[in-house]
Design a protein around this ligand. Structure first.
Ligand code: GNR
Ligand code: NI
Length: 179
């Protein structure tokens, strides 16, 4: 049975490590499958739209994601690689490992990544908006990077929408208009 794992927060050394590539032979291991199930359970309980393994103190290159829109299904991505990144925009962001804060960060609007699914099969994911933002956020975690390293105007949330992002709830992040 899946269980909710503890999410570590800023200051924990695992969040600052470059996570190790997963050996494809490990994917079929029941303990690895359990990790994936537990990561989904933990992400939904938080609630969050994504969760990277280092956030549950496992320094391996995988994350789970569910942005809960009509276009994208829940996904686990192992050993992700960014294949395409287009058009920089500023977005409001939060993180389960930095609870209670939001900030403005420059992200690519449109990205595509490849990686392996839970069966070890190659997958490719592509999208925009929160989906693209979340992919970049989770890959940053695998490289020991937190959004607060790159963001500006890190603050306690001031609006209900910012509050939802700070809670890392599944709030559609709004691009800040340059006008
Ligand atoms: O749940 C989350 N919401 C979110 C909102 C805006 C930008 C990024 C995110 S990711 C976050 C979950 C998390 O911390 N994943 O690592
Ligand atoms: Ni995060």
């Amino acid at each position: 049975m899946p269980y909710i794992r503890e999410i570590v927060t800023d200051g924990h050394p695992t969040l600052r490590k470059v996570a190790k590539k997963v050996d494809p032979k490990e994917i079929s291991d029941p303990l690895f499958q359990q990790l994936i199930d537990d990561m989904f359970e933990t992400m939904y309980a938080a609630p969050g739209v994504g969760l990277a393994a280092p956030q549950v103190n496992v320094s391996k290159r995988l994350f789970v994601m569910d942005v809960q829109d009509d276009e994208h299904q829940p996904a686990v991505v192992i050993n992700p690689k960014i294949e395409l990144a287009e058009e920089e925009i500023e977005m409001t962001e939060g993180c389960l490992s930095v609870p209670g804060y939001v900030g403005e960060i420059t992200r690519y609007k449109h990205v595509a990544i490849t990686g392996l699914d839970r069966h070890g099969h190659k997958i490719r994911l592509e999208g925009e908006g929160l989906f693209a933002q979340c992919l970049q956020h989770e890959i940053d975690h695998l490289n020991g990077v937190l959004y607060i390293d790159k963001a500006k105007n890190i603050r306690k949330p001031e609006t209900e929408e910012e509050q939802e992002i700070a809670d890392a709830a599944a709030a559609e992040a709004t691009p800040t208009s340059p006008v």
